[in-house]
Unconditional design. Structure first.
Length: 345
């Protein structure tokens, strides 16, 4: 398993990161523990969670995933085997902290709650799950329009959270800071304020990246390279769409689409593009899930690909992608499909 530097920190994380968001909803605690054991045996040292997990988010499941991980730490005594990342909700969520926007005060409260659930006294990487100011990341192009935002308020909020993150680092409870579902401008502000104030520097950004969603290839890739803020990619299989299980009106029982009663990534454009990638994988006799993960691993800005599964069989397939080498010919065929379908989701 290859190791990659986490930003400019002294941490080296595996190129695959264990995702956990289904534990406590689609997966039982025992199944979550089995996945942790399998990933550790495979050489993975990096695990990502969030206070809002399990998904779909709800008052009943929020925090449950961290509890499952914490119970594994307590049972095995192997906290030291993992570089652990978690996330604080960014924007208002009605059932979390009375629907308030995350600021320095509520970030500390969330962090301490996560430590308790995780049964640990430190978190290696703590990330802002999404920008509290709103952004374009979730296709809500005019829901949180940037032109409606108060710039001074946005920057004050970032500085307030950075000050709390800095205090947590000084207290020995936190290793490093990161963001998720963030934009190029947002990352630039976090970096600028941190440098000016001597506060924690961003180590990473966790955004969506897949064959069907390659927004990171542009301005985000540039800032990632020059500022050493590597990508932790989630939804590399586009929520399972790439596997073909939702094509032609299918909705398999127990799948994410069925469980969440909706699947926003599926539309006429994504299905058309997805079918082309599925056909490409079949022509080359490659598992399409491994194709998607292996492609993400070829990207120069990639620090780690987060792999999520609802079974150990799926997890084994995902882990196997690390051994797949994509030929120049195959990469060229991927680019040809991307040219025809640059923005399917």
């Amino acid at each position: 398993m290859k190791l990659k530097p986490l930003g400019r920190t002294d941490l080296r994380v595996t190129e695959l990161c264990l995702g956990t968001m289904t534990w406590g909803s689609q997966n039982t605690e025992a199944e979550g523990h089995a996945q942790i054991d399998m990933a550790l045996d495979a050489g993975i040292n990096f695990m990502d969670t969030a206070e809002i997990y399990a998904v779909p988010r709800s008052p009943e499941t929020s925090g449950r995933t961290e509890e499952i991980i914490g119970n594994w730490f307590k049972k095995t005594g192997k906290r030291d085997k993992w570089i652990l990342a978690s996330k604080v909700a960014g924007g208002p969520v009605d059932f979390i902290r009375d629907g308030t926007r995350t600021d320095g005060k509520t970030l500390r409260r969330a962090f301490e709650d996560s430590l308790r659930r995780l049964q640990t006294d430190y978190i290696d990487l703590y990330q802002i799950h999404w920008a509290g100011r709103g952004s374009y990341n979730f296709e809500g192009y005019w829901t949180f329009a940037p032109h409606s935002q108060n710039t001074a308020d946005v920057l004050d909020n970032i500085e307030d959270m950075l000050e709390t993150l800095g205090d947590l680092v000084k207290e020995g409870k936190l290793g490093h800071a990161g963001v998720s579902n963030e934009t190029t401008w947002g990352i630039a502000q976090w970096l600028r304020i941190a440098e000016a104030k001597g506060l924690p520097r961003l180590a990473s950004v966790q955004n969506e990246y897949s064959l069907l969603r390659r927004h990171f290839d542009h301005d985000l890739a540039e800032i990632s390279h020059h500022e050493d803020v590597g990508l932790l990619a989630y939804s590399t299989l586009a929520g399972g769409l790439l596997t073909g299980k939702y094509f032609d009106g299918q909705m398999p029982k127990g799948s994410r689409g069925d469980y969440q009663k909706g699947f926003w990534r599926l539309n006429e454009h994504s299905e058309t593009a997805g079918k082309e990638y599925l056909a490409l994988a079949k022509r080359h006799d490659i598992d399409v899930a491994q194709l998607g993960i292996a492609f993400a691993l070829t990207r120069p800005f990639m620090t780690s690909v987060i792999i999520g599964a609802t079974s150990t069989e799926q997890l084994a397939t995902a882990i196997g992608a690390k051994d797949l080498n994509l030929s120049t010919e195959l990469l060229g065929e991927i680019e040809a499909i991307h040219r025809r379908h640059p923005r399917p989701i």
